[in-house]
Design a protein. Structure first.
Length: 191
């Protein structure tokens, strides 16, 4: 099931995809507010002390609002991960099994949770890893709180838990966070 903009996020990478345009819009708005306040100051109509906070806050607010409005209007690209990386957040066991079964390249699966600090670290590493590997590996995220039966069927007791599948069968697994180099070593066991 595809999520639409505005649906509650089920995974941190979706939160990041929604927050990014808001934060970028707010930052641009704050910068424009600062520039406008300096222009007002240079024109001599207000003191810098009064103009700067007001204009920056106004810019921040307007920019943040623009960041909320533009993505659903289709005027801002909303990608799951910046830079074109493809981390697939599965939301059903059937989808998980289909990806594992049909993939022609190794599949790296990260079982984690939103409340887990090492998992959040992996959420920052996985998009970069997926981008660096391109089409040679598929990267999948599974939230153990959303799919507890899938976690149980894999015998997961600690997270993050990393599994590598090749041609539908498990070829490697490990527990704990990894660097991109460590992920490469794990995925290369599939070859």
């Amino acid at each position: 099931m595809k999520r639409r903009w505005g649906d509650p996020p089920s995974h941190p990478c979706e939160c990041n995809a929604m927050l990014t345009p808001i934060l970028i819009g707010a930052a641009i708005g704050a910068g424009l507010g600062l520039a406008l306040s300096l222009w007002v100051r240079l024109s001599g109509s207000r003191s810098l002390a009064a103009a700067v906070p007001m204009m920056v806050m106004l810019g921040f607010t307007v920019g943040g609002a623009a960041g909320m409005i533009l993505p659903p209007a289709g005027l801002w690209p909303t990608v799951l991960d910046p830079g074109g990386a493809r981390v697939i957040c599965v939301d059903s066991e059937a989808e998980f099994r289909r990806i594992i079964r049909e993939s022609e390249v190794p599949v790296l699966v990260d079982f984690g949770a939103t409340w887990c600090p090492p998992c959040r670290q992996m959420d920052r590493i996985l998009p970069r890893y997926a981008r660096s590997r391109g089409d040679t590996v598929r990267v999948v995220k599974v939230d153990v709180d959303e799919l507890p039966s899938l976690a149980r069927s894999h015998g997961i007791r600690s997270i993050p838990a990393l599994f590598v599948y090749q041609s539908g069968r498990l070829v490697a697994h490990d527990v704990g966070g990894r660097t991109e180099r460590g992920l490469d070593a794990l995925v290369n066991q599939a070859n």
